[in-house]
Design a binder for this molecule. Structure first.
Ligand SMILES: C[S@@+](CC[C@H](N)C(=O)[O-])C[C@H]1O[C@@H](n2cnc3c(N)ncnc32)[C@H](O)[C@@H]1O
Length: 209
């Protein structure tokens, strides 16, 4: 299975669920999640980039998944403040440094600067705070990146649960093979250890109250 598939396994979409894909475009994970709903349930695909969202919906049509997927164009930070709809599962596949996919994105290697990382981490925190507003009581927030950098991964989860004690990290045991599970119970793949793209995913369960 490829990395996108493992991240979707961490989401674990079930027929009948409502899922918000917060940074959805170009939509690899959206399509995969929609296909796992077996015709029952809905995926909302939100992205700030209109062109990439259009590509997502064209792909959804090609795969006959456009009945299940609804596209939403907007900035998650504004959308989450205004929306009253809550979802069973919310996936935040956050913008990241791409440190797990450098072999494919040689351009990232030379463009990366320290200020970029500080800004990125700040954006990741803002997006996590916004995504959390969309999770139903008892629902699950999944945070993922295509980075292998602790600062963008484990450290974002740690500071998030400090700000949001209503969320508890849940190990990904049973969702992905053991070789991809860290001591802290997160999903992690690495080009050196698994000969796969680097990626990270965490499950955060919202309390019922
Ligand atoms: C890592 S990519 C998502 C990849 C996608 N999940 C997939 O599997 O194909 C991050 C996405 O976040 C979007 N994004 C960045 N800032 C955003 C914001 N403030 N609100 C919504 N989307 C945003 C970008 O346009 C980009 O498409």
């Amino acid at each position: 299975m490829r990395v996108q598939g493992f991240v979707v396994s961490v989401v674990d979409p079930q027929p009948g669920e409502t899922i918000m894909d917060c940074c959805a475009a170009p939509g690899g994970k959206t399509l995969f999640m929609a296909s796992r709903l077996a015709g029952q349930g809905k995926v909302s695909a939100l992205d700030i980039n209109k062109g990439r969202l259009r590509i997502l919906m064209e792909a959804a049509k090609c795969h006959n998944l456009d009945d299940i997927i609804t596209d939403i164009h907007g900035d998650l930070r504004l959308y989450a403040k205004e929306s009253t709809v809550k979802y069973d599962k919310v996936l935040l596949d956050a913008p990241c440094s791409g440190l797990g996919v450098l072999s494919k994105r040689a351009d990232l290697r030379w463009n990366r600067q320290f200020e970029d990382l500080e800004e990125l981490v700040c954006l990741q925190d803002e997006l996590l705070d916004s995504a959390s507003l969309l999770v139903k009581p008892g629902g699950v927030l999944i945070y993922s990146t295509c980075s292998i950098d602790h600062e963008e991964n484990e450290n974002r989860v740690t500071t998030f649960v400090q700000r949001h004690p209503e969320f508890t990290p849940q190990g990904v045991h049973g969702y992905v093979p053991a070789e991809f599970i860290t001591d802290d119970g997160f999903y992690s793949s690495s080009p050196t250890k698994h000969s796969l793209d680097g990626a990270f995913a965490a499950r955060l369960v919202r309390s019922m109250h």
